[in-house]
Design a protein around this ligand. Structure first.
Ligand code: PMP
Length: 419
C-alpha cells in the first residue's frame, strides 16, 4: 500500500491479511502519518482544556506550552469554577456512577433535572428531551430507532459520521453540501416511495465551520411533507442572540422537528441530547437500544445544570468569543488566507496540499501554536487544511501570537490564496 495515497479504508481488508496483520500494517501507516505531521494522535495535553495548554509531542523531549486551537470547549466551561463546583457537588451527593441503564434503575434525579433543563432551554414542553452518553450516540441511536426499511433519510453530504452510522437500517440519499436543487430532487423522488422522510443536516459543519442554509432547507422539507433533524453540536451555546445555536439564528427554534446536540462542546462536559416532542423522547427512551441496554451518565453531569444556566446568566463568554472570532478572521483575511465560508468559531485555513499542510502544522507548533492538520480521509484529497477553533478565553495577546505564527508560516510556505 502506498502510504502517500492510502486512506483508513485501505486497511480494512487487505488481501491475504487477517485482522491482526491488517492492524500491524495500519500501525505502520499511522506512524508514517504522524511523522508527516498529519496526525497529532500521540500528542498529550497535561493541564486539561484551555487557551494555553502544556503539550508533549513524540518529537520533543519535554512538554511545550502552546496556545491551543484544537478544542471544542468554546466557552472554556470545562474550567469554569461554578461548573466544576457543581460537578463535584453532584459526585458528593450521588456518588460516581449511575449503576444501571435507565429502564432498570439507572434513571436518577440528576438525569431528570438535566432533561427538564434542556426542554426549558429550547422552550419546549416538559418531557421533550432525552440525554445520551455522547453526542455521537444521540445522533446514531435516534436515527436507528426512527428510520426503518420503509423510511428514507435525505442527508447533506457533509453531516457528521454519527449521522451516517444511524442510517444502517434505512434507505438514504445524500445531497451535495447545501445544494437546494439536489435536496428538492431527492425530496420529490422520495415523496411517494417512503413513509417517513427525514432531512438531516448539521447546524454548523464541523470541518468548514459554515452554516446550513437552514431556512430554505426547512421550507423545502415542509413543502414535501418531510421532517427536519438538525445536529447543532457546534452551534448550541455559541451562536444566536441567546446562545440557542444556529437554529436560533434562523428563527426556527419552535419549528425544527428534532434538535440534536452535544454536551461536550460549549457546555464543557460529555454527553448528547435530543429535544423534540414528548412522544418522540418517550419513543426513544424505549426504542433506542443504545439507551435501553447501556448505563447512563455519571452524577458529574450535575455540572451541566450550571453550565446551561451560565449561557443565560454570563453571556459575556459568548460575546467575547464572537469578538475573538471577528478579530482573528480579519487578521487571517488580511493575509489573504483562505478560510472558506466559516461563520462560527471553527475556522479552517485551507492549504490544499497535504504535505504543505503537515509542514504548516509543525511550524505552527514550533512557534507555540497547537493546531490540527486535517488531510484525507478527514477531507477530500485536495482539500487539506489547518483546522482551528477559538475559545472565549483566548486573549488579544494569544490572537496576535497566532496571527504572527501564520504570517511566518505564510512567508515560509506561501499558503495564501492567489488573487
Ligand atoms: N455532531 C457533530 C457535528 C460533531 O462535530 C460531533 C463531535 N465532533 C458530534 C456530533 C459528536 O459529539 P460527541 O463528541 O459528544 O460524541
Amino acid at each position: 500500500i502506498d502510504f502517500n495515497k492510502a486512506s483508513f479504508k485501505d486497511f480494512e481488508s487487505i488481501p491475504n491479511h487477517n485482522s491482526f496483520q491488517s492492524a500491524k500494517a495500519f500501525k505502520e501507516f499511522t506512524d508514517y502519518m504522524e511523522v508527516q505531521g498529519h496526525m497529532n494522535y500521540r500528542f498529550v495535553t497535561h493541564n486539561g482544556c484551555g487557551a494555553e495548554v502544556l503539550v508533549s509531542s513524540p518529537f520533543d523531549d519535554k512538554p511545550q506550552r502552546c496556545i491551543s486551537l484544537v478544542s471544542n470547549d468554546y466557552l472554556n466551561f470545562t474550567q469554569h469554577p461554578k461548573v466544576k463546583a457543581a460537578a463535584i457537588e453532584g459526585i458528593q451527593k450521588y456518588g460516581t456512577g449511575a449503576g444501571a441503564s435507565p429502564l432498570i434503575g439507572g434513571h436518577h434525579e440528576y438525569h431528570v433535572m438535566l432533561e427538564d433543563k434542556l426542554s426549558a432551554f429550547f422552550n419546549r414542553p416538559k418531557d421533550s428531551s432525552i440525554i445520551y452518553t455522547t453526542g455521537y450516540t444521540a445522533n446514531s441511536a435516534t436515527l436507528l430507532a426512527m428510520l426503518k426499511k420503509n423510511d428514507c433519510a435525505i442527508v447533506d453530504m457533509a453531516v457528521h459520521a454519527s449521522v451516517y452510522e444511524g442510517l444502517l437500517e434505512t434507505n438514504f440519499k445524500r445531497f451535495p453540501h447545501n445544494s437546494l436543487i439536489h435536496l428538492e430532487r431527492a425530496l420529490s423522488d422520495a415523496q411517494s416511495k417512503y413513509q417517513t422522510r427525514m432531512v438531516v443536516i448539521d447546524g454548523v459543519y464541523s470541518q468548514n465551520g459554515d452554516l446550513a442554509k437552514m431556512d430554505e432547507i426547512y421550507e423545502l422539507t415542509k413543502q414535501y411533507g418531510a421532517f427536519l433533524m438538525v445536529d447543532d453540536a457546534h452551534g448550541i451555546g455559541v451562536l444566536g442572540k441567546n446562545g440557542r445555536g444556529a437554529i436560533e439564528l434562523f428563527n426556527l427554534l419552535d419549528k425544527v422537528d428534532i434538535i440534536s446536540g452535544t454536551l461536550s462542546k460549549a457546555f464543557g462536559h460529555i454527553g448528547g441530547f435530543v429535544v423534540s416532542k414528548p412522544e418522540i423522547a418517550n419513543y426513544l427512551k424505549f426504542q433506542s437500544r443504545q439507551q435501553v441496554f447501556s448505563s447512563t451518565s455519571t452524577p458529574a453531569i450535575n455540572g451541566l445544570l450550571t453550565a446551561i444556566d451560565l449561557i443565560d446568566t454570563e453571556p459575556l463568554w459568548r460575546i467575547k468569543l464572537a469578538e475573538n472570532v471577528a478579530y482573528y478572521k480579519k487578521g487571517l483575511l488580511d493575509m489573504k488566507l483562505d478560510i472558506g465560508a466559516s461563520a462560527s468559531p471553527i475556522i479552517p485555513i485551507k492549504i490544499g496540499d497535504p504535505h504543505k499542510t503537515g509542514d504548516a502544522a509543525r511550524l505552527l507548533f514550533k512557534a507555540g501554536v497547537y493546531a490540527n492538520a486535517i488531510v484525507y480521509p478527514g477531507v477530500s484529497r485536495k482539500d487539506a487544511r489547518i483546522r482551528t477553533s477559538l475559545m472565549a478565553t483566548h486573549t488579544q495577546e494569544h490572537l496576535d501570537t497566532i496571527l504572527n505564527a501564520f504570517e511566518y508560516v505564510n512567508q515560509k510556505l506561501n499558503i495564501s490564496k492567489a488573487d
